[in-house]
Design a protein around this ligand. Structure first.
Ligand code: CTP
Length: 397
């Protein structure tokens, strides 16, 4: 983000206090930052804090009383490479939709020529209200990019959707926005990621230790390079948001299967990184199972192999990539999966490599293809591994 000029608009919500971290992240990445604040936002974070961190004056009104000069909102919009408004409250959102310019931030929005990216933050009922949803659609139709709010604990103490995307996520989003490589522009990509949870009763499940991180990094890498991504994600703490992302959150392997079946033929590339539970309980108890007996038998039935289904329903132009996590006879097992599931590539990670696997943020992979070629990579961060996988796909398909 070196030398990128970011105009950072702050409106009056509690999440405004997090903007100090965002400014620091942006400055650390080499960006030039100017902050523009609504009067209400100054109740949540002081202009002095933001001026100090951004190393720039903070614009708070049309008129600078100290210097007697006029803050030219038109120039600000011309200066910026991107105008980011975070947090964006319901009130400022509705004013943006209406074209109301009763403060300098809104006037800058109305005259901005650069891309505008907003991160809404509000209470869950406000976020779900039909007027907010309609306003978000309208903003999108004006070309505004929305970084969706997260699920989580809100200032009201309630838990739900409405929490502003974290500063790190907004920073990641901007990095993606400014990324240069656009070699998957408008290509439709389907990704499965995360574990699945197979219910035993209303409070218990069978799961695994997958975090979803590898799949999330793949989704970010594709978005970064211009693709439109459908991500089918099992229970995961990882966060991701982007206008070109369709996120379908599922819990069980059967739910993942249904989602994949409904979208696979709309996609040119499928990357199946999910750790789908191979088996699920034959019966899910309606009530919590009580501990009466000394032993408890659990009958399991096989889950559908989703990747196998995609391979059987693959059109000529579609590219299908699977993952294999092996502990022994790694390459041979991976090759067999590649053939059996009708894949173009399989990404092998061996649990024998230290630093590779669910628990790590690093991975060490070998990519095998259907022509029996294989290429091994060094231990790298999952973000770098994702880039390697995309480069390999680009150069070999
Ligand atoms: N996979 C899938 N659906 C399943 C099981 C696996 O889509 N029910 C996909 C995974 O996302 C991965 C690939 O198949 O891309 C291989 O998964 P893995 O667990 O390594 O292999 P399995 O086919 O389940 O074989 P095994 O567990 O016997 O090694």
């Amino acid at each position: 983000m070196q030398n990128k000029r970011i105009l950072l608009g702050i409106t009056g919500g509690i999440a405004a206090y997090k903007i100090a971290s965002l400014v620091r992240l942006l400055i650390k990445s080499g960006a030039e930052v100017r902050c523009i604040m609504t009067p209400a936002s100054c109740d949540f974070i002081t202009p002095l804090t933001l001026a100090t961190l951004s190393k720039n004056d903070v614009i708070q009104s049309f008129w600078d009383t100290e210097t007697g000069s006029w803050s030219n909102h038109v120039d600000l919009g011309m200066w910026a490479d991107a105008f980011v408004i975070a947090p964006l409250t319901a009130s400022s959102m509705s004013k943006m939709v209406q074209g109301n310019s009763d403060n300098v931030l809104l006037a800058a929005y109305l005259s901005a020529k650069c891309p505008v990216i907003v991160a809404p933050a509000m209470d869950l009922d406000m976020y779900k209200h039909p007027s907010t949803i309609e306003n978000m659609h309208k903003l999108e139709s004006f070309g505004v990019q929305i970084i969706p709010a997260n699920d989580g604990e809100l200032a009201s103490g309630l838990i739900g959707e409405g929490r502003m995307a974290e500063p790190e996520e907004i920073h990641d989003y901007l990095q993606i926005h400014f990324a240069k490589k656009r070699d998957f522009l408008d290509r439709n990509v389907l990704i499965t990621a995360g574990p699945t949870h197979e219910a035993i009763d209303p409070v218990r499940f069978i799961g695994n230790q997958s975090t979803g991180k590898m799949g999330i990094e793949l989704a970010k890498a594709f978005l970064n390079r211009g693709a439109k991504v459908t991500l089918i994600l099992g229970p995961s703490a990882e966060q991701i948001g982007h206008p070109n992302l369709t996120l379908r959150k599922i819990v069980s392997g059967m739910e993942m299967f249904e989602e994949v079946k409904s979208v696979w033929n709309n996609n040119e590339i499928g990357i199946f990184s999910a750790a789908v539970a191979d088996y699920r309980p034959a019966q899910v108890a309606d009530q919590k199972i009580k501990k009466k007996e000394e032993t408890l038998g659990l009958e399991l039935v096989k889950n559908p192999d989703i990747l196998f289904w995609a391979g059987q329903n693959k059109a000529e132009k579609q590219i299908l990539v699977g993952f294999a996590l092996e502990t022994n006879n790694e390459e041979e097992n991976a090759k067999q999966k590649l053939i059996k599931k009708n894949l173009d590539f399989i990404v092998l990670n061996s649990l024998n490599d230290s630093g590779a696997g669910f628990a790590y943020s690093t991975n060490k992979i070998t990519i095998l293809d259907k022509d029996n070629k294989s290429i091994s990579f060094q231990l790298k961060s999952k973000k770098e591994v994702a880039e390697d996988i995309l480069d390999h796909l680009k150069n070999n398909s």
